[in-house]
Ligand binder design. Structure first.
Ligand code: SF4
Length: 272
């Protein structure tokens, strides 16, 4: 297992909303009955895009209503930063193109096989690849993991990020090989509780349908927009509850709009 200080067990630390059960949630009150659908904004069907010049950022009172409705349904996630940024970084690399179960198996296999992140970095690539095989595309991921660990340098630590501003920490993480805004946000939010927010496929889809994101916006803009409309201290809650809503109700195919607690607040942008 990894040395004390670098060891991290996903089953204890992966926050709900990333594929775990339901720990860490305040009990939600009974979900409100769906309210009659009414027009809440432009109904944009199909694969819509809106030009930047024509886009208006969502108003704070609308964000507050959506947050409140989501909390009624899903409760308030308890923020529990785990303090292991390198573990989070590696876990996020392993999560690409696989499900949560195989990601976690690959992570545990890696941490069981090697004694420290230094050992992972310095090992022959074939051994790392073998350890994470269950997570899929192991050749690519093993090379990526070792390149990231190499690029961090000595000491092999990201502890100092917690002392930086969110923007400074993002820039430092995004300078690592293959690390983008979503991965950087996972590290900053889940490790340190910093106000950065991962916009994954669920958050992106739900946010676009709700009219929070400009349809057709690139990933960088989605992250900036999410940060701009999220009140300070609400990053964890809004990320997890949007993600939950995307998994439970607002599915990619056939969203359950008829049963959706957000229906009266949703313009259903780009829903066919
Ligand atoms: S399920 Fe339908 S009504 Fe609910 S958030 Fe998604 S698109 Fe909107």
């Amino acid at each position: 297992m990894l040395n004390r200080g670098t060891r991290w067990t996903p089953s204890r630390h992966v926050p709900e909303g990333r594929g775990r059960g339901d720990p860490g949630y305040a009990a939600p009150v009974a979900p409100p009955a769906p309210t009659p659908e009414r027009r809440t904004g432009p109904q944009v069907r199909g694969k819509a895009t809106i030009a930047r010049a024509d886009w208006r950022r969502p108003r704070a009172d609308r964000i507050a209503r959506l947050r409140g409705r989501l909390q009624q349904v899903y409760g308030t996630p308890v923020e529990r930063p785990h303090g292991d940024p390198i573990g989070e970084l590696i876990l996020t690399v392993l999560s690409q193109s696989t499900n949560d179960r195989n990601r976690d198996i690959a992570y545990l296999s890696l941490t069981d096989r090697f004694g420290s992140w230094e050992d992972v970095r310095d090992a022959p690539n074939g051994l790392v690849e073998e350890a994470i095989r269950r997570g899929g595309i192991s050749k690519v991921k093993s090379a990526r993991i070792q390149a990231i660990l190499e690029a961090i340098g000595e000491p092999l630590s990201l502890e100092h990020l917690r002392e930086l501003s969110v923007r400074e920490a993002q820039d430092e993480l995004c300078a690592l090989p293959g690390v983008g805004r979503k991965t950087a946000a996972c590290v900053l939010l889940f490790s340190f509780g910093m106000d950065d927010i991962p916009v994954d496929t669920h958050v992106s889809r739900v946010g676009t349908r709700l009219g929070l994101f400009r349809p057709g916006a690139p990933l960088e803009e989605l992250h900036d927009a999410m940060l701009a409309f999220t009140p300070a201290g609400a990053a964890w809650e809004l990320h997890v509850n949007l993600l939950r809503h995307g998994r439970r109700t607002c599915a990619a195919q056939r969203p359950a709009c008829g049963d959706c607690a957000l229906r009266s607040l949703c313009p259903r942008v780009a829903v066919d």
